[in-house]
Design a protein around this ligand. Structure first.
Ligand code: APR
Length: 230
């Protein structure tokens, strides 16, 4: 069975109503990264960081997967599919994808500030400021902040190296090391980019097809094309 690696970013969830980061109305147009997405921010102003992720979690509970998420899940009927996402939402899982690697963490999980292996699901959307983990340390969002290591990146590169086809959906390819994933596809492996904008594809050396469309339209089309070739 052919292996497909689907590498996604915030754009795949845009059609569910979640903000991207770098589009005109994106999250980083309304918040400073250094205020809400760095270890220093968590130390300096824990309440603001916790509130930022509580707001995003509350928003996530109010949205649904869109046709792009469902099309990616449907691929599993024909291919051996691995989703590697930069997104912290759980829309891939809620759409039925069964193998999802989160490079930048997960909104619906918290972890001990002392032991990054001590991870727990959060009930509902609100993390209270003084909630503690089993080890007694304060809890924090299970999110990879800027400047922190990306523990899942090695596994993601191994998956990318096994791909017979790579699909890149809804990412500006602006953040490292995640963006480097496209370089781990074996040479000759076709890469499809689904994005209405112009992500930075300059480091892609493989055969590249850019489907300039919103994911909710472009992904179902691409799935039709890939499955008709089966
Ligand atoms: N369908 C598909 N792609 C879309 C859509 C859509 N409806 N709307 C926007 N896009 C594209 C944009 O053109 C852009 O290429 O999605 C991409 C969004 O880029 P970013 O906002 O930079 O999001 P992303 O690439 O996921 O950011 C990577 O940066 O801030 C960190 O940790 C954060 O995981 C995030 C990482």
């Amino acid at each position: 069975m052919k292996k497909i690696v689907v590498f996604t970013g915030a754009g795949v969830s845009a059609d569910s109503g979640l903000s991207t980061f770098r589009d005109a109305d994106g999250l980083w147009a309304n918040y400073r990264i250094e205020d809400v997405c760095t270890p220093e921010a968590l130390k300096r102003n824990r309440a603001l960081v916790v509130e930022f992720y509580n707001k995003r979690r509350k928003e996530l509970l109010g949205v649904e997967p869109n046709p792009a998420h469902y099309a990616i899940a449907e691929l599993e009927q024909w291919f051996d599919v691995e989703v590697v996402t930069q997104n912290v939402d759980n829309l891939h899982e809620r759409a039925g994808s069964t193998r999802v690697t989160h490079l930048h963490g997960e909104l619906m999980k918290l972890r001990s500030e002392r032991n990054q292996e001590l991870i727990q699901p959060i009930e509902g959307w609100e993390q209270s400021l003084d909630a503690r983990a089993e080890d007694g340390a304060l809890l924090r969002p299970h999110i990879v902040f800027f400047g922190e290591s990306v523990p899942m990146f090695d596994r993601a590169t191994q998956l990318a190296a096994q791909a017979d086809v790579m699909i890149v959906v809804g990412t500006s390819l602006a953040v490292y090391p995640a963006a480097m994933l496209v370089r781990y596809a074996k040479s000759g492996v076709p890469i499809y980019v689904v994005d209405p904008g112009n992500p930075d594809v300059s480091m892609i050396r493989n055969p590249l097809t850019h489907i300039k469309a919103r994911a909710a339209e472009g992904m179902p089309e691409l799935v039709k094309q890939l499955t008709s070739q089966q």
